[in-house]
Design a protein around this ligand. Structure first.
Ligand code: HAM
Length: 428
């Protein structure tokens, strides 16, 4: 290994990656809490997989000809000469973990995950190289009810975050076995117009005709919109299944639009596919996406097992939530204990510990600063309340309580303090 002789003046986070600073982490905790709560109510259990995986997990699952595998994976050979990569998505990892750990024995598995994913894309608003997803995978018996329930869950999750202005785009790709037939029919329709397209777009169409349907190239768009779209070419059985999913969504008040040109950038899908968009996101308008992947488990060496799921981009969820509501920084509550003079320091320390023992976020300044400097510190830390302890308070067995929002202060008996602080914390 070659180490640079001199370090750059300032080492920076890599392009497309960023730090999530303490202020922001409060929001992340809130979002993660909301995700956990709602996934629990739909009876999903959490799973955590490694970020580093065998490269084959994704080449086999996501597809050799997909953009993710061809251009976006962080891949390297490790010290043991194994080809490994940073996971670009989690569905394939969940399936690998499901098979490896014998979770197949339990039959149905309803799993959720939260965490970073890595794709070497050109960074822009809403697109990063390290980004985060929250997602669910419902592995087990297939039924249109399961597809509908997964979409319903995605919508309920968005609403729990205060996001209302989303659009659900829905389609079906039919059975995996129909793929080549549908590809041939698409080709029949599109072939005569292919020579009007750029060389790169033609090459995409050559590799995978489905990919042409969601091309951003305006000429390709014009051409594909003259073609009926995937649903028209599917078997009666696949279309009936799709109708069942739609009916359940309709009966349960889920708003969606059928988009027969919706194809996904990952190869493992069959039957239901969906994407959820939001106008606040600009060019990268997908908040999340998912669908059914009935062939994937067998493809990774497991028994024939059906599954459906979705993943949302956390950074994009924040962009959408911020556009619709003003996110409050929940979880900021802090009681700051101030010693007005040196004699009060040991007691102040005791109070901080007592508050914490009762589960109340509390802190103090241990550097022996004067009262004014400690108050300044409390301010800087955005403390909700300050408890002041000085000679007068020590002799009167009381504390002075200052509300940092209003500036009002009052004296309170020491034995009332913990009960009062707990009530304030519960109310925040
Ligand atoms: P995906 O469409 O590749 O699907 O990604 C899901 C979501 O992750 C996107 O809609 C977007 O919000 C977010 N995302 C993707 N790439 C980036 C990026 N570079 N920067 C920021 N956000 C990004 C999947 O990953 C499938 N595993 C979803 C799934 C689960 N299908 C079935 N189960």
């Amino acid at each position: 290994m070659i180490f640079p002789k001199e370090l750059p003046v300032q080492i920076k986070a890599l392009r497309g990656t960023r730090d999530i600073l303490p202020e922001e982490c409060l929001r992340w905790q809130w979002l993660e809490g909301a995700a956990r709560a709602i996934f629990r109510t739909y009876a999903y259990d959490e799973i955590r997989m490694p970020l580093l995986e065998d490269l084959a997990v994704f080449t086999r699952a996501v597809g050799e000809t997909t953009e993710i595998v061809q251009k976006q994976m962080y891949t390297f050979r490790d010290r043991g000469d194994r080809d490994v990569c940073l996971r670009p998505e989690a569905t394939a990892s969940v399936v690998r973990a499901y098979l490896e750990n014998g979770l197949t024995a339990a039959g149905r598995q309803k799993l959720y995950y939260l965490g970073p994913m890595f794709r070497a894309e050109r960074p822009q608003a809403g697109r990063q190289r390290q980004f985060h997803q929250v997602g669910v995978e419902n592995i087990g018996p297939s039924s249109p009810y399961v597809d509908a329930e997964v979409i319903l869950l995605a919508c309920r999750f968005l609403e729990a975050l205060g996001i209302q202005g989303y659009r659900v785009l829905l389609s079906t790709l039919g059975e995996a076995g129909e793929r080549s037939h549908v590809a041939a029919r698409l080709r029949e329709h599109l072939e005569p117009g292919l020579d009007r397209l750029s060389e790169t777009t033609r090459a995409t169409a050559e590799q995978n005709i489905f990919r042409l349907l969601d091309s951003k190239d305006p000429d390709a768009r014009e051409l594909t919109r003259s073609c009926p779209g995937v649903i028209e070419f599917l078997s009666e059985q696949s279309r009936t299944r799709f109708e069942s999913v739609r009916k359940i969504l309709d009966q349960n008040g889920v708003r969606y639009e059928v988009d027969p040109y919706l194809v996904r950038g990952l190869d493992y899908y069959s039957h239901t596919v969906f994407e959820i968009t939001h106008s606040a996101l600009g060019a990268q308008d997908a908040l999340g996406a998912g669908g059914r992947y009935d062939g994937l488990i067998a493809q990774l060496g497991g028994p024939e097992t059906e599954a459906v799921g979705f993943a949302m981009g956390v950074e994009r969820l924040f962009l959408a939530a911020e556009a619709e509501t003003s996110l409050t920084d929940a979880g900021r509550f802090l009681v700051f204990v101030v010693a007005a003079d040196e004699s009060a320091v040991p007691k102040a320390f005791e109070w901080v510990q007592a508050l914490r023992s009762d589960g109340i976020p509390a802190d103090w300044d241990c550097t022996g600063k004067n009262l004014k400097a400690q108050m300044k510190q409390a301010n800087r830390r955005n403390a909700s309340w300050v408890l002041i302890l000085g000679e007068r308070e020590l002799s009167g067995n009381s504390l002075t309580v200052k509300d940092m929002a209003t500036g009002e202060q009052e004296s309170m008996d020491a034995d009332r303090i913990l009960g009062w602080a707990k009530a304030q914390f519960a109310d925040e």
